[in-house]
Design a protein around this ligand. Structure first.
Ligand code: SF4
Length: 174
């Protein structure tokens, strides 16, 4: 993806979601994911050439106009696979007074490894409040866990996880 742009699965920001994290949230659906989880709910988001391209400046204008939202959830697709765009949009989300949740097929430990080779991963992690990590695993699919599809996925407090150098779950979620 060229600098200053992001490829999205849905052209507009989805607002007022109560299932993509805590509170009333807006969701930005990224296009492109290489994890290939069996039973993925959003297979149409896998192709890195599909979806629509939007400039980050244009998308920021849309973020700036959001009202009555606790935060923005970046989902997809895998937002971590457009890491520079994710970092910039997450930073801007904080500047607008909203919190940031990110869904990714990578584990936190894998992201730390990626961060050793590419600074952009650490820059992005520092802009994330809550990370829902790991691939969707059909055999572990559960309706008893909150905000995620399978029980292997974790809801992590990223600030505490970075401070500890290992994943720290947000304990209030079942
Ligand atoms: S990481 Fe998410 S979008 Fe990607 S294949 Fe797995 S479930 Fe689907």
């Amino acid at each position: 993806m060229k600098k200053g742009y992001v490829r999205l699965a849905m052209p507009k920001i989805q607002t007022d979601s109560i299932v993509d994290g805590e509170g009333i949230r807006s969701v930005i659906w990224f296009q492109g994911c290489s994890h290939n989880c069996a039973g993925c709910h959003n297979p149409n988001t896998h192709d890195f050439n599909a979806g629509v391209e939007r400039s980050l400046e244009d998308l920021k204008n849309e973020i700036r106009e959001l009202e009555f939202q606790n935060g923005i959830t970046f989902s997809g697709g895998d937002p971590m696979q457009q890491i520079e765009a994710l970092e910039e949009l997450a930073r801007f989300t904080h500047e607008c007074g909203m919190n940031v949740w990110v869904y990714t097929g990578y584990t936190f430990e894998q992201l730390l490894e990626l961060a050793q080779k590419n600074d952009n991963y650490m820059r992005a992690l520092k802009q994330i409040d809550v990370l829902v990590d790991g691939k969707f695993v059909m055999d572990l699919k559960s309706f008893d866990v909150q905000f995620r599809g399978s029980s292997n996925q974790r809801i992590l407090d990223v600030k505490k996880s970075l401070e500890n150098g290992k994943p720290v779950k947000v304990s209030k979620y079942r």
